[in-house]
Design a protein around this ligand. Structure first.
Ligand code: PMT
Length: 408
């Protein structure tokens, strides 16, 4: 249900903070990734270490930490999330949100975000029913903040009434219903290739390229966020596996082709991998020795299979939509137009990989979408924005799957 969704969980200081740990477990079980912002007061109830262990990600607390700000600023924390969840939302944090304060990392992220926000209040019954809290909640609701709870019950202070934070299952259900509203690729199968391939020359040396996998992995993650069931076939990369995506790790082009065919029939295939066009014709089992005085050995090459062209072949198993990439250093668009026709795919995403562009391994990309209808020039965007845009177009093209009885 939450495959590939990214939740930024803000844990404020209340006794209910202990429930955040069970919530993280439930969210991750459903395929979401969770990143935590822990307030100073929150850290009195749960430790950063326990949240870090459960999320398998670092925990963010300090607004002025140089490392946090350089590695993951408050804008980026919110940009990387599909939903911000404040649980527990204390009376104090709700008041600061309503007033628009930005005096710690949590309130700054909440002020800077353009993503949906869900708050799970938790406080003493008198604090919850106080006119100030009622007014703050009204203000926040008017601004679009969604609320779950609080529930009636006995509280830690032994009083009875509304103010108990909703149970983790209830909060997760509220998250699911908020995020379910926009999953146009639910029921669709997708295949993505990403990263470089490595072609062995001997057990020590190989032929490869500079692909980091950032662009391909971002596409796999974006497809999963829109509800698709995604298989990602990845060459050797250091970027993390996207949440909610099945990852098949390979080294060579031959292995990549085998893994793609193993993935079975899909609705859409996106080939973003930088596949080596050639491999060593006769890789050796033992390391090729350097012999003193002898001339350097000659490397004989053999062609690799073309995965994109194979997937594009007409037939009943052909995906409804096949998207390739074109990595060029000259005549970008003209070569991409030619490549689309030669390989038989529907769309080609053309990008310049000359060293000066920083496309290989960088955070941003400037692409042109080439289709039978023509060429669209996109502005320079972060790679995850290129992915969002491309996947939006894929969703437009594929639309929602038909009900089972009417399916092809
Ligand atoms: O990984 P990053 O650092 O984020 O960089 C992203 C990227 C530059 C690698 C990516 O945006 C990109 O351009 N990927 C395609 C790289 C490439 O191999 O382009 P090409 O023009 O050589 O190949 C054209 C298409 O055929 C590609 O879709 C490629 O995946 C596919 N191909 C190529 C050769 C082959 N033997 N089999 C293939 O399937």
């Amino acid at each position: 249900m939450l495959n590939g969704k990214r939740i930024l969980l803000i844990v404020a200081g209340g006794i209910a903070a202990f429930k955040s740990q069970e919530m993280i477990r439930l969210l991750r079980k459903r395929g979401a990734s969770v990143r935590c912002v822990l307030t100073e007061a929150g850290a009195r109830f749960v430790t950063p270490l326990s949240l870090q262990a459960l999320t398998e990600d670092r925990v963010y607390s300090d607004m002025f930490s140089l490392t946090d700000e350089s590695e993951m600023g408050h804008i980026q924390l919110s940009r990387d999330a599909d939903l911000l969840v404040v649980a527990p939302a204390t009376a104090n944090l709700l008041a600061r949100m309503a007033a628009g304060l930005a005096d710690d990392l949590a309130s700054t992220v909440l002020l800077a975000t353009d993503k949906p926000v869900l708050a799970a209040p938790a406080m003493n019954v008198r604090m919850w029913t106080h006119a100030a809290t009622t007014a703050n909640v009204e203000t926040l609701k008017k601004r679009g903040v969604a609320f779950v709870g609080p529930n009636d019950g006995v509280m830690a202070c032994n009083e009875y009434g509304p103010g108990r934070m909703s149970e983790p299952e209830e909060i997760v259900a509220a998250i699911e219903s908020l995020l379910a509203q926009d999953r146009p690729l639910a029921g669709r199968q997708a295949l993505v290739t990403s990263g470089p391939t490595r072609e062995a020359i001997d057990p020590v040396r190989y032929i490869s390229n500079h692909s980091s996998g950032k662009q391909g992995h971002a596409i796999a993650a974006a497809l999963a966020r829109l509800g698709a069931e995604v298989t990602l076939v990845s060459g050797p990369v250091t970027v993390a596996d996207p949440a909610g995506v099945k990852v098949l790790k390979i080294d060579s082009a031959d292995e990549m082709l085998a893994a793609c065919l193993q993935a079975g029939a899909v609705d859409v295939a996106v080939c973003a991998a930088a596949v080596a066009d050639w491999k060593a014709a006769k890789p050796t089992l033992a390391k090729i020795k350097k012999k003193p005085g002898a001339a350097p050995p000659t490397l004989e090459l053999a062609p690799n299979p073309d995965i994109l062209a194979t997937l594009s072949k007409p037939g009943s198993k052909r995906p409804k939509l096949v998207v390739g990439f074109a990595a060029e250093t000259e005549n970008l668009v003209a070569n991409a137009i030619d490549k689309r026709k030669r390989k038989g795919c529907d769309w080609i995403v053309a990008n310049d990989v000359s060293p000066a562009t920083g496309t290989f391994g960088g955070e941003r990309n400037t692409v042109h979408l080439v289709s039978a209808e023509g060429v669209e020039d996109w502005p320079t965007l972060a790679k995850d924005e290129v992915a969002e845009r491309l996947v939006g177009r894929i969703a437009d093209r594929l639309g929602r799957p038909r009900p089972a009885a009417a399916a092809e």
